[in-house]
Design a protein around this ligand. Structure first.
Ligand SMILES: Cc1ncc(C[n+]2csc(CCOP(=O)(O)OP(=O)(O)O)c2C)c(N)n1
Length: 672
């Protein structure tokens, strides 16, 4: 891609501000590499040397409230968009004056409506969610997503393309095609055509390069204006070349190839052909960078970051359980959602098959488990069917939440939560802290978990334990004693992502039906109350901890073991399983000294294991302890499934054997 010398000189004079900005980016990154060599930086520095003009060209046509996401190679995008050299340098140096207070570092930068993250493709649905919020609020803002060619391998990107196309979302995907992903050539991993991939999803396509600034500016303006004007997504492919190694020093490309591109690079040509101008600009820029480095060096280093676990130990007060309503749980969830949607226009729901009637179908639907019912009719445009794209819809929810909306994402079966894991762990749940408390993600995800309906190995699991331990993910498990009304009111006031486990057996149950005779039912004064079921007037022999839909079976077993064995059990059933307030459990076990934990999911490394660890950490003496869960896959046979999962009979047996038998491990006493 060669341009003539005269054209380049003319272009440099005409476009001084762009060249200066590009040179600033290059000089900042060169300085960062020096700082690394001097031992003043740690970790990684992915420079965009050779590619600077992509960010510069796009930034030129953006407006103040446009949203930009970037990736691991984002210093150039950041400077071009924000001009914040000080914040960037300090951030990369781990200083508290950095744009993320030294928490994010090179790959994780934040500024007004600018976020970068180090997970390839992960930011794309989030940018789409922001674009959706802008559509709903009828603003003129667009989203821009910078990606590299290697990221064309990520499936989430195509889920996002599709969603942007069907919902007319103003998102500009800027593909910096530098021909390599880390050490791997684009030719080795890419099939088909970039243009046909984009057009195949209904995106407009533009092609440009960094060797002709005039063309690049023209194409960037066209693409930005098209996306803004038509409110449609587009892909702008910018052919370019990375002149440095992938990161600090890892380069396996042919030397001749790199040398050839170095010769063609616009800034290198400027240095050769207009050396006076280049020197003059360089001096000015280097002096401003020196000032930025000096102030970063003088700023405090981030030295301590609070090591805060997910659990809490907060005293609670119990009072009599108040919930009683002659309604099924799914109906109460529906009514709670309806109430919130009526109250607040910012509520928005998305999920698979959640709409009631659509333009394309003739009979009502309203959710696989009929929880959303007619909400799509009552709140037109605010309850939307999505494609089968769990990762992307959680990302879209995150984008909506970033823009101050109150998104609710329904994942049809909890089993499909695995497809959302990256969006939760690496994005939604990380953002508030990673971006130094500058953003909030009040995202609600609802999903039915659990078995006993004969759905078989991939539609019956209780997978919540795989999400335990994700920092700042709140997890709520509904049960049939604490009203979902109470829970949902609290949920809509949270500022972190919340995952709501709605056991599918529970949907068909009525709130607070069939309490055990002779037992007191109490709830704590927490926003997500803990339930305590205690035998009247006597001290319990055993504490049983459980959560979610299995409570019903635990209660049946407790009644049975009371009648038949005169064993008195106290049940503690938290509705918030993360962060778990261990206090009510400690209180109960301290008294009973015996503990059984019943979980519907696999019990290895699950909530029960965590509870037992916390009991030990708090020096609670437990004379006998056992866990009941299911540690294999769930068979389809309804009978086998019911026999395998915790049920009143096997819980009864567990209680009996725990209280009446001693386990002996003679091998432990023999010396090896
Ligand atoms: C999901 C994910 N997989 C792998 C990586 C590791 N990684 C970081 S950069 C990179 C190459 C990315 O290539 P490309 O998208 O072409 O961007 P470029 O580095 O060329 O700018 C890889 C594999 C990552 N950060 N995220």
């Amino acid at each position: 891609m060669e341009t003539k010398k005269e054209e380049r000189i003319e272009s440099a004079e005409k476009h001084t501000k762009f060249f200066k900005k590009a040179l600033l980016i290059r000089k900042v990154e060169e300085r960062l590499l020096d700082l690394y060599a001097e031992g003043k930086l740690n970790g990684t520095v992915h420079t965009c040397v050779g590619q600077e003009l992509t960010g510069v060209a796009i930034a030129e046509f953006l407006e103040a409230d446009d949203f930009v996401t970037s990736n691991h190679r984002g210093h150039g995008h950041y400077i071009a968009r924000t001009g914040d050299v000080d914040g960037l340098i300090a951030e990369v140096m781990g200083k508290t004056s950095g744009c993320c207070n030294g928490i994010g570092g090179s790959q994780h930068l934040v500024h007004h409506k600018y976020l970068s993250n180090g997970i390839q493709g992960g930011m794309s649905p989030i940018a789409a969610g922001v674009a959706l919020a802008n559509r709903l609020k009828e603003t003129n803002a667009i989203s821009v997503v910078f990606i590299g060619d290697g990221t064309l391998g990520e499936g989430l990107l195509y889920e996002t393309f599709n969603l942007c196309a069907i919902w007319n979302l103003p998102v500009l995907f800027v593909l910096e095609n530098n021909r390599y992903a880390q050490s791997t050539s684009f030719k080795q991993t890419f099939g088909g055509e970039v243009e046909s991939r984009a057009r195949g999803f209904g995106l407009d396509y533009f092609n440009s390069n960094t060797w002709s600034l005039d063309k690049l500016l023209y194409d960037a303006e066209e693409a930005v204006n098209r996306v803004r004007g038509d409110k449609q997504p587009a892909l702008l492919e910018i052919e370019t070349y990375r002149l440095n190694s992938h990161s600090k020093g890892d380069d396996n490309r042919r030397d001749e190839e790199v040398i050839e591109y170095k010769k063609q690079d616009i800034l290198n040509c400027l240095k050769e052909e207009s050396s006076d101008l280049f020197e003059e600009w360089s001096k000015e820029i280097e002096s401003s960078i020196a000032t930025a480095v000096e102030s970063a060096e003088n700023a405090p280093t981030l030295e301590h970051y609070p090591n805060q676990a997910n659990g809490t130990l907060e005293p609670v007060n119990f009072s009599e359980l108040t919930s009683s309503e002659d309604k099924r749980i799914n109906e109460i969830i529906y009514e709670s959602l309806k109430q919130e949607f009526e109250k607040d226009e910012a509520c928005f729901m998305l999920g698979e098959d959640i709409e009631y009637v659509t333009d394309w179908t003739s009979k009502p639907y309203g959710g696989a488990f009929k929880v959303s019912r007619d909400l799509s009719t009552l709140f037109k445009g605010r309850v939307r069917n999505t494609p089968i794209s769990e990762g992307a819809i959680v990302g879209i929810g995150t984008g909506l939440a970033l823009e101050g909306m109150k998104p609710v994402v329904e994942i049809m079966f909890g089993d499909f939560m695995t497809l959302t894991f990256d969006q939760l762990l690496q994005h939604a749940c990380k953002f508030r802290k990673m971006y130094a408390e500058k953003v909030n993600v009040p995202l609600i995800i609802r999903t039915p978990m659990g078995g006993k309906r004969g759905y078989g190995p991939t539609h019956s699991q209780s997978l919540e334990k795989f999400f335990l331990g994700i920092p700042d993910l709140n997890m709520i498990a509904l049960n049939h004693r604490i009203s979902p009304r109470v829970i949902y009111q609290s949920l809509f006031n949270q500022s972190d992502p919340c995952l709501v486990i709605e056991n599918k057996i529970l949907y068909t149950r009525k709130l607070n039906e069939n309490p055990i005779l002779g037992f007191n039912y109490q709830q704590s004064d927490e926003s997500f109350p803990t339930l305590k079921i205690t035998p009247e007037g006597v001290s319990p022999d055993l504490t049983i901890v459980c959560y979610g839909g299995i409570l019903e079976d635990v209660e049946k077993a407790v009644a049975l073991v009371f009648d038949e064995e005169e064993i008195l059990c106290e049940v503690i059933c938290p509705s918030m399983i993360q962060p778990l307030n261990i206090y009510p459990i400690l209180q109960s076990v301290k008294q009973s000294q015996h503990l059984l934990i019943v979980e519907e999911g696999t019990s290895i490394a699950a909530l029960g294991a965590e509870i037992s660890a916390q009991l030990m950490e708090n020096n609670i003496v437990v004379k006998k302890f056992s866990r009941l869960g299911n540690n294999t896959i769930i068979p389809c046979s309804y009978v086998a499934e019911n026999n395998l999962l915790p049920n009143p009979e096997n819980i009864f047996k567990y209680i009996k054997s725990l209280m009446n038998e001693h386990r002996n491990y003679p091998d432990l006493d023999t010396k090896g």
